[in-house]
Design a protein around this ligand. Structure first.
Ligand SMILES: NC(=O)c1ccc[n+]([C@@H]2O[C@H](COP(=O)([O-])OP(=O)(O)OC[C@H]3O[C@@H](n4cnc5c(N)ncnc54)[C@H](O)[C@@H]3O)[C@@H](O)[C@H]2O)c1
Length: 390
């Protein structure tokens, strides 16, 4: 009988909920989610009670009981917890953003005015500390970037690989009406705004697809070379008129970002991410290649197209993430987790950890993503000037 992989969750809110569900869908590998810890005793107790798992008072106690630590905490907690877990000989899953810069520890820190060059340098040092700890432990790191595993992206990766495509341009977007997390919106917890919180998803998928193309055609990944970007704070404009539909209480982060990436082969990609989009999450990526063109729709998808004349009819029916209203036409997701790639992500993590090999969404992809995002902040500080990725 194969060994059971024991997993411990850190964090007990939104991400922990879909990690729990995703881990429960893993097949062919024995997985047991042993327990959970979180900052607030009430939330970890409630999470544990409803799922019949143990609530651990401390991170250290949780580490003592598991083989895998699964970080569902804000970005600011990722590096210290990941390094501590690796030092205790655990495999580690890290949610996005992988890591970043969370301030020098001073009271007056504001992310919107702090030097972005310093941020880039420190964020890359943070990436390297995590990757060094993983190597020293001989353990694996799963970067929880679900877009890499979303069926729309994996099918496109197959098309790119089998058709020998050259991808010339990609454009992608993840946007919605604002994160529910109280940590998001404050740079010292989130490490940035729309770019880091949302743009990371299409960006990682783009970096992954250029990697797939490079490995299929030339034997090695095609890496990003330069970045130009703009960021804006639209809901903090003096003349913004709040109609009550968008989240607005951001402290020192951008709520709109766009990034233009050039790759080492001269091809290009564009990423958009904002907090000002009504009507549900807006997650898509379009690929323009020399031999095909693909639109990857992650959410919404039109497997179901439903007209509902009265809001209350669907009050007990989940429709799609951040839809706002269920009245009128909508696209209820038959299996939103699957469409987002969550179960497939945990399947790869558990299978890879069992064999002690790197999963598809790896530390290298995580590091490239952070390098592009924080270089984008340097560019935005220079009002869009091109920045070389070293
Ligand atoms: N991949 C995705 O689609 C996706 C979606 C949502 C969130 N996320 C990511 O998941 C992570 C968590 O997001 P969320 O929405 O669940 O956040 P949240 O703010 O709702 O919950 C954070 C949880 O972490 C706990 N926590 C915070 N600091 C801690 C610490 N130092 N030690 C132990 N526990 C700590 C809190 O008590 C809370 O339970 C973030 O990195 C976020 O970017 C990813």
């Amino acid at each position: 009988m194969a060994k059971t992989i024991r997993v411990g969750l850190v964090g007990a809110k939104f991400a922990a909920r879909f990690h729990w569900t995703g881990l429960g869908r893993v097949h062919g590998v024995n997985v047991e989610v042993v327990g959970v810890t979180a900052k607030s005793p009430e939330s970890r107790e409630a999470f544990a009670l409803t799922r019949g798992i143990k609530s651990f008072d401390t991170f250290e106690a949780l580490c003592g009981a598991v083989d895998v630590i699964d970080l569902c905490t804000p970005g600011s907690a990722h590096e210290p917890l990941a390094v501590a877990a690796f030092q205790r000989g655990k495999h580690v899953i890290i949610e996005k953003p992988f890591t970043g810069f969370y301030g020098p520890g001073t009271q007056d820190f504001r992310g919107d005015t702090f030097s972005k060059e310093v941020m880039l340098r420190e964020a890359m040092a943070s990436c390297d500390r995590i990757l060094t700890a993983a190597r020293a432990a001989g353990k694996q790191l799963g970067y929880a970037e679900n877009w890499v595993y979303a069926p729309a992206i994996t099918k496109e990766a197959e098309i790119v690989k089998k058709s020998g495509a050259q991808i010339l341009w990609m454009i992608g977007d993840e946007s919605h009406s604002g994160s529910h997390s109280p940590y998001y919106g404050i740079w010292k917890f989130s490490g940035g705004g729309s770019l880091v919180g949302k743009g990371c998803h299409p960006l990682s998928a783009i970096l992954h697809l250029k990697r797939v193309e490079g490995e299929a055609t030339g034997g090695k990944a095609i890496r990003p070379a330069t970045v130009s970007a703009r960021t804006h704070e639209i809901t903090r404009l003096k003349n913004f008129r709040d109609a009550g539909f968008l989240r607005t209480n951001y402290e020192d982060i951008e709520d709109y970002g766009q990034v233009h990436v050039t790759f080492e082969d001269g091809t290009v990609a564009d990423v958009f991410s904002t907090e000002i989009v009504l009507g549900g999450v807006h997650n898509w990526l379009e690929v323009f290649a020399n031999n095909h063109r693909t639109r990857c729709n992650l959410n919404p998808v039109d497997a179901l197209v439903t007209y509902n004349p009265r809001e209350e009819f669907l009050k007990d029916v989940y429709v799609t993430e951040k839809i706002g209203t269920k009245q009128g036409w909508s696209n209820p997701a038959p299996d939103e987790d699957w469409q987002h790639g969550y179960p497939q992500e945990f399947q790869d993590f558990m299978t890879s950890f069992a064999a002690n090999r790197s999963p598809l969404s790896s530390g290298e992809l995580a590091r490239d993503t952070i390098a592009v995002l924080y270089s984008a902040y340097v560019s935005a500080e220079r009002r869009g000037a091109e920045v070389n990725l070293s």
